[in-house]
Design a protein around this ligand. Structure first.
Ligand code: AMP
Ligand code: GLY
Length: 419
C-alpha cells in the first residue's frame, strides 16, 4: 500500500513511524511533514488544507489510504472531497468533525444524548454573559465556540478574569468568528485523562487511556499549551472507569452522530475529567491527540495500516497492547506558548529513548527548531516510573539546553518523587 499522512507535527511523525513498521506499507508520503521524518517518509510540499492539490497527488501516486492528523483539514472538508473522488481516507467528514469544530454544537449534542459533561450556556451578548457569571460565581470556564488552536479556553478563577475573557472573545473578537459565540461552563474538579478510539459509524474500538500535561511549567503552572508531555496507560484510571467511559461517552457519541446524520469515521478523542460523579467530557476532538499519540501508538502491537483497513471495512481490528508504559516529554522553544525563536540547533539524545519530531527544519545537515513544540523524547518500559527515568536520563538538564525547555515532572505527580 501507498499511504499519505496529512500534517506536520509530532502526532504525524508518530503515525508515520508506526506505519513504517507495517509489512504491507510500501511508500509513506507526508504532506507537508517535517524534516525529522525524512528518513522514513517522502515529504510532499503541499499544505494541509489544499484539498485539490492533495487529491491530485493521491491520484498521481496511487495512494491507497490517506490518514489525517490535524483538525483544520477536517473542518475544511478533506474527507468529503476525498470520498467524493473515490479515494480512501481515514478521517471524519466536516459534518462529523463539527463535534470538535463547534463547542456549542458539541455541548448541545452531549445534552441530547445524555453524555456526562459540565453544565453550560451559550452566549453572543457580552452583557448577558456577564450577568450569568454574576449569578453562577467563579471559578468558571469560558470557551470560544470555534477552533482556536488550543487557545480558546479560559479557566477563570475570578470575576475579573471571566469578564476580561468575555470581552476579548465577544467584544475585541480575539478569535474572530471562532469566538463570536462563547460557551460558559461549570468548572469541574478532578484529574484529566484522554481516551481515543478508532470509530466507524456505530463501531467503537478504544485505545489505551493517556494523560496529557497542558500547562507550560512544572506543577501545572503557567499558561495552557498544546501539551508538554504525556504518558499511557494511566494507572489511576481503572478498567471500570474505562468501560464506563467507553459505553457512556464514546459509544453514545458515535451512535448519536449516526442518528444526527453525521456518521463519524476516524479517531474520536474524548478529553475527560474524573469527577466525584465519574468521568465527564471536557471536549471532543475529531482526530488523534498530540502528544497523546506519541505515547499511545508505541504501545500498539497491531499493524496500524491493517487496523485502519479493518475499521473502515466494519471489522473488529482486535487491538493488542504492550503490557508496558510509555512516557514522552515535549521539548519546546523557550518562550512557548507565546513568542519564541526558531533556528536553534536540536541536540542528539543518548540512552534508551526515542525521538518524535514536530517543529523542526533542516539547516545543512543539522536539525533546528522551527516551531513552539519542537520534539518529544519518549521511552517504553515495564513501569511508568522506569519509563520516566529512561526519558529523563537521556535529557540534558534544562540549564544547559539552549533555546529549549521541558517540564521535569511528566508522570511524576502520581508516582511521588522518583529521584
Ligand atoms: P480544552 O482546550 O477544551 O482542552 O481546555 C483546556 C483545558 O482547560 C483543559 O485541559 C482543562 O484543564 C481546562 N478545562 C476545560 N474545561 C474545563 C471545565 N469545565 N472544568 C475545569 N477545567 C476545564
Ligand atoms: N492533547 C490535546 C489535543 O490533542 O487536543
Amino acid at each position: 500500500m501507498n499511504v499519505l499522512v496529512i500534517g506536520k507535527g509530532g502526532r504525524e511523525h508518530s503515525i508515520v513511524m508506526k506505519l513504517a513498521e507495517s509489512k504491507q506499507v510500501k511508500k509513506i508520503f507526508v504532506a507537508p511533514g517535517n524534516a525529522g521524518m525524512e528518513s522514513i517518509a517522502t515529504l510532499v510540499p503541499i499544505q494541509e488544507t489544499e484539498n485539490e492539490r492533495l487529491i491530485a497527488f493521491a491520484k498521481e501516486e496511487s495512494v491507497d489510504l490517506t490518514i489525517v492528523g490535524p483538525e483544520n483539514p477536517l473542518l475544511n472538508g478533506i474527507a468529503n472531497e476525498f470520498t467524493f473522488e473515490g479515494l480512501r481516507i481515514f478521517a471524519p467528514n466536516k459534518e462529523a468533525a463539527l463535534i470538535e469544530g463547534s463547542k456549542s454544537f458539541a455541548k448541545s449534542f452531549m445534552m441530547k444524548y445524555d453524555i456526562p459533561t459540565a453544565n453550560y450556556q451559550t452566549f453572543t451578548d457580552p452583557t448577558e454573559a456577564k450577568l450569568y457569571i454574576e449569578k453562577t460565581g467563579t471559578p468558571i470556564v469560558i470557551k470560544a465556540d470555534g477552533l482556536a488552536a488550543g487557545k480558546g479556553v479560559v479557566v477563570a478563577e475570578t470575576k475579573g478574569i471571566a469578564f476580561a475573557a468575555i470581552d476579548s472573545m465577544l467584544v475585541s473578537k480575539e478569535f474572530s468568528e471562532a469566538g463570536g459565540k462563547i460557551v460558559i461552563e461549570e468548572f469541574l474538579a478532578g484529574d484529566e485523562f484522554s481516551l481515543m478510539a478508532f470509530v466507524h459509524g456505530e463501531h467503537v474500538y478504544p485505545m489505551l487511556p493517556a494523560r496529557d500535561h497542558k500547562r507550560a511549567f512544572d506543577n501545572d503552572e503557567g499558561p495552557n499549551t498544546g501539551g508538554m508531555g504525556a504518558y499511557a496507560p494511566v494507572p489511576d484510571i481503572t478498567n471500570e472507569i474505562l468501560e464506563y467511559a467507553t459505553k457512556e461517552i464514546l459509544q453514545k457519541a458515535a451512535s448519536g452522530l449516526v442518528a444526527e446524520g453525521r456518521s463519524f469515521t476516524g479517531v474520536l478523542y474524548a478529553g475527560l475529567i474524573m469527577t466525584e460523579n465519574g468521568p465527564k467530557v471536557i471536549e471532543f476532538n475529531a482526530r488523534f491527540g498530540d502528544p497523546e499519540t506519541q505515547v499511545v501508538l508505541p504501545l500498539l502491537r497491531n499493524d496500524l495500516a491493517q487496523v485502519i483497513l479493518d475499521v473502515l471495512e466494519g471489522k473488529n481490528p482486535k487491538l493488542k497492547w504492550e503490557q508496558q508504559s510509555c512516557l514522552g516529554v515535549v521539548l519546546a522553544s523557550e518562550g512557548y506558548p507565546s513568542t519564541y525563536q526558531s533556528g536553534v540547533v536540536v541536540p542528539e539524545f543518548d540512552g534508551d529513548s526515542f525521538v518524535v519530531y514536530a517543529g523542526v527544519a533542516k539547516q545543512g545537515e543539522k536539525i533546528v527548531s522551527n516551531g513552539g513544540r519542537v520534539l518529544v523524547v519518549g521511552a517504553k518500559s515495564n513501569t511508568l516510573g522506569e519509563a520516566s527515568s529512561l526519558v529523563y536520563s537521556s535529557l540534558p538538564p534544562n540549564e544547559v539546553l539552549e533555546g529549549l525547555f521541558y517540564r521535569t515532572d511528566i508522570g511524576r505527580q502520581k508516582l511521588g518523587a522518583l529521584q
